[in-house]
Design a protein around this ligand. Structure first.
Ligand SMILES: Nc1nc2c(c(=O)[nH]1)N[C@H]1C(S)=C(S)[C@@H](COP(=O)(O)O)O[C@H]1N2
Ligand SMILES: [Mo]
Length: 197
């Protein structure tokens, strides 16, 4: 994969790029399967499991406060992109709009198209996590997860679910799509938590 589009980090970036990663010059698209075309008129976002069930329409979700974010993005297939600029809604702000039971220790992220990925509640509730609506000032394109995706900067990007449409709170850990297929249950890039073997 090395060549024109992927470069070895140099200078100050050496310490910003996790081990085994190269810098991508563009912003590659990584999707398993088809790109869902999601219309915000019929978009719904559901919360269930060990939480009070709730359904948000697009309008409901857009009443939540929006902020700007700059975050590095690390794909387990060994490319990273630094300083990605996003606009979105902080997970911690979203959490004020729902009620989760104390026994919720894990979260399954659900998406249009059927993709899932699991995350622990502690990793999910981090201050720097957000639901992204814009990428570099433009509405998030369908291929990058529009109209809305999750971004979890401190874990490999397969945890950053595109076309997210639901959160299932869980008392015990369940595995998502890639995690059932050999990826690590947590996926911390600095520890190179790539695979489960
Ligand atoms: N719904 C969904 N979300 C997904 C994926 C996917 O296939 N489907 N791929 C994941 C992986 S492996 C990566 S690296 C990032 C890629 O995001 P990008 O296509 O915007 O670069 O999305 C993650 N989120
Ligand atoms: Mo990825």
């Amino acid at each position: 994969m090395l060549g024109k589009f992927f470069q070895k980090p140099t200078g100050e970036n050496v310490n910003r790029v996790p081990p085994g990663q190269h810098l991508a010059s563009g912003f590659p698209v990584l999707t398993y399967g088809e790109t869902p075309q999601v219309n915000t008129d019929i978009w719904e976002f559901r919360v269930w499991g060990t939480a009070v069930p709730k359904v948000f329409t697009w309008e409901d979700f857009m009443t939540l406060p929006q902020s700007e974010f700059t975050a590095d993005f690390h794909c387990v297939t060994r490319w990273s992109k630094l300083d990605v600029k996003w606009t979105g809604i902080k997970v911690t702000d979203f959490m004020k709009a729902i009620e989760v039971e104390p026994l919720a220790k894990h979260v399954m992220e659900h998406c249009y198209g059927g993709y899932t990925t699991n995350i622990s509640i502690d990793d999910f509730l981090r201050e720097e996590n957000f639901f992204a609506l814009k990428l570099f000032g433009e509405p998030l394109s369908a291929e990058h997860g529009g109209p809305m995706r999750l971004v979890v900067p401190h874990l490999y990007a397969w945890k950053s679910a595109k076309w997210i449409n639901g959160l299932e709170f869980l008392a015990s850990e369940e595995l998502g799509f890639w995690e059932r297929n050999g990826y690590h249950r947590r996926g911390e890039p600095w520890a190179e938590e790539r695979y489960s073997y």
